[in-house]
Design a binder for this molecule. Structure first.
Ligand code: ADP
Length: 405
C-alpha cells in the first residue's frame, strides 16, 4: 500500500510518499513559492540502500494544482520517480490544522467532512482554507484514491473542560466555540507512542510531558496516554516562547498597545505572531543563531534563552502537578532534538521532581531515540525525533483499513 502525505501551505506543498507495507519513505519533497515569479521544487528519491537523490527545479508554478501535478510528474518519472503510474497511490493523507470540536480522530474525507473543515475556517483563517485547497486539488489529481484528514487538534480533544475553557462568558464557548484546542497533536501523539515502544510499556499506563520545540513550540501533559492539557490555546499563539510568537502574555497587553501606541488590530496581530518570541527579544528566531550570539556574549540572546527555558521549566512543574506522577519527559522537533543546552537549562534544578539529566548523555549527538536522563533519575528524559508525516501515513492506513477500503 502506497500512501501520499500532503501538507499544504498558502504557497507550498510538502509531500512524502510512503510504502506503508514496508514502513519506508519512497520519495518526498517540497514545492515552494507557488504563484510567485520563481517557484522551487525540491524532490528527493530514496534509493534501496537508504540514500537519497535530490533534484531541484526552478520555474513558475502557477497554483497548487500545477504544483501537485508537478509532484506526480516526478513521482512517475522514469529516472527520478518511484512508481510507474499515479494509480499506485492507494490513499492521500492530509494534514489539516484545525478540526475544532468536530474531530477527535482521523477521518476519511467526504462532503460532510469538507463542510466541517470549512466551518472551522474562523478558528484557523490562515490554515484551513489552504488545507481545503490541498484536498480539492488532490481529489482531482487522484480521483480514485480515498482522501484522509489528520487534524493537528484531534489528539487534544481529550483535554477536560476545566483545562480547555477560558474564564470568559460561557456563551462565548457555547455559541462561538472560544476555547483552548491545542496544536502539534500529531507530533505529541507520535512521540508518546514511540516512548511507549521504547520503554516497552503500554501507552495507556504512561504519564508523560511532551515538549515540541520547533519554530512553533508547545507542550502537552499526557495522562494514561491521553492529552489532558497543552500550552497552545484557541490559536497557536499561546504558551511557550517561540521563534517569532510571544506565547503567554497578559491579555490586556493588546489594549495597551492599541490605546497608548495607537496600533491597529492588524499591527498587533503581526507584532505578537511575527516579531515577538526569540526574535522580539534578541533579533533572530533561529535557535542556532541565538545560541551563537549568546556564546559571543550578547546579553539579549542570553535573556532570550533564559526566558525560553524558564517558560518550559514552569510548564514542566505545572504539568507534574496536573499528572500527579510522571514516567517520562520527551523533547522533540528541531530545537528539542538538536539543542542540548536548551534541554539542560529547561530541566536544571528539577531533581526534587525526579528529573535528572546526565550531561554527557545530553551532549551526545545521535539520530534515533536517546535517553538523556541519568541512570538514577526516577523520570526518564528522552529525545525522540518527531515524524509527523509518518504518523499521518499510519493514521491514513488505519483509517482506510477500518473502513474496509
Ligand atoms: P518547524 O516548526 O518549522 O518544523 P523545526 O522543527 O525544523 O521547525 O525547528 C526549527 C528550529 O530548530 C530552528 O529554530 C532551528 O534553529 C532549530 N535547530 C535546528 N538545528 C539546531 C541545532 N543543531 N541546534 C540548535 N537549534 C537547532
Amino acid at each position: 500500500m502506497k500512501i501520499l502525505v500532503i501538507n499544504t501551505g498558502s504557497s507550498s506543498i510538502k509531500y512524502e510518499l510512503f510504502d506503508a507495507d514496508h514502513r519506508r519513505i519512497m520519495a518526498g519533497g517540497l514545492v515552494e513559492k507557488i504563484g510567485e515569479e520563481r517557484g522551487f521544487h525540491t524532490h528527493r528519491k530514496t534509493m534501496p540502500n537508504g540514500e537519497t537523490v535530490k533534484r531541484v527545479e526552478k520555474r513558475l508554478i502557477a497554483d497548487h494544482r500545477e504544483g501537485l501535478n508537478r509532484v506526480v510528474g516526478l513521482l512517475v518519472h522514469p529516472e527520478h520517480g518511484v512508481i510507474a503510474d499515479k494509480i499506485e497511490v492507494s490513499a492521500v493523507g492530509h494534514r489539516v490544522v484545525h478540526g475544532g470540536e468536530a474531530f477527535n480522530s482521523t477521518v476519511i474525507i467526504d462532503e460532510e467532512v469538507m463542510a466541517a473543515i470549512k466551518e472551522n475556517i474562523p478558528l484557523a483563517p490562515l490554515h484551513n482554507p489552504t488545507n481545503l485547497v490541498g484536498i480539492e486539488v488532490a481529489r482531482s489529481v487522484f480521483p480514485d484514491a480515498p482522501q484522509v484528514a489528520v487534524f493537528d487538534t484531534a489528539f487534544h480533544q481529550t483535554i477536560p473542560m476545566r483545562a480547555f475553557l477560558y474564564a470568559i462568558p460561557f456563551e462565548l464557548y457555547e455559541n462561538d466555540r472560544v476555547r483552548r484546542y491545542g496544536f502539534h497533536g500529531t507530533s505529541h501523539a507520535y512521540v508518546a507512542e514511540r516512548a511507549a515502544e521504547y520503554l516497552a510499556r503500554p501507552l495507556g499506563e504512561l504519564n508523560m510531558i511532551t515538549i515540541h520545540l520547533g519554530n512553533g513550540a508547545s507542550m502537552a501533559a499526557i495522562k494514561n496516554g491521553k492529552s489532558v492539557d497543552t500550552t497552545m490555546g484557541m490559536t497557536p499563539l499561546a504558551g511557550l516562547v517561540m521563534g517569532t510568537r510571544c506565547g503567554d502574555v497578559d491579555p490586556a497587553v493588546p489594549f495597551f498597545l492599541a490605546n497608548h501606541l495607537d496600533m491597529s488590530l492588524k499591527d498587533i496581530d503581526n507584532l505578537l505572531n511575527k516579531d515577538s518570541g526569540l526574535k522580539g527579544i534578541c533579533g533572530t528566531n533561529d535557535m542556532r543563531e541565538v545560541i551563537e550570539k549568546k556564546e559571543a556574549g550578547e546579553e539579549r540572546a542570553e535573556i532570550a534563552l533564559d526566558m525560553y527555558t524558564y517558560r518550559i521549566k514552569k510548564f514542566i512543574g505545572a504539568y507534574f502537578a496536573v499528572l500527579g506522577s510522571l514516567d517520562c519527559v520527551i523533547f522533540t522537533a528541531g530545537i528539542g532534538e538538536n539543542a542540548p543546552y536548551i534541554r539542560e537549562l529547561s530541566c536544571r534544578g528539577l531533581n526534587k521532581l525526579g528529573i535528572e539529566i546526565d550531561l554527557e548523555r545530553n551532549n551526545k549527538t545521535g539520530n534515533g531515540i536517546r535517553e538523556i536522563s541519568s541512570p538514577g533519575s526516577e523520570v526518564k528524559v528522552l529525545v525522540i525525533p518527531t515524524n509527523e508525516e509518518l504518523k499521518i501515513a499510519r493514521e491514513t492506513k488505519e483509517a482506510i483499513e477500518a473502513h474496509g477500503i
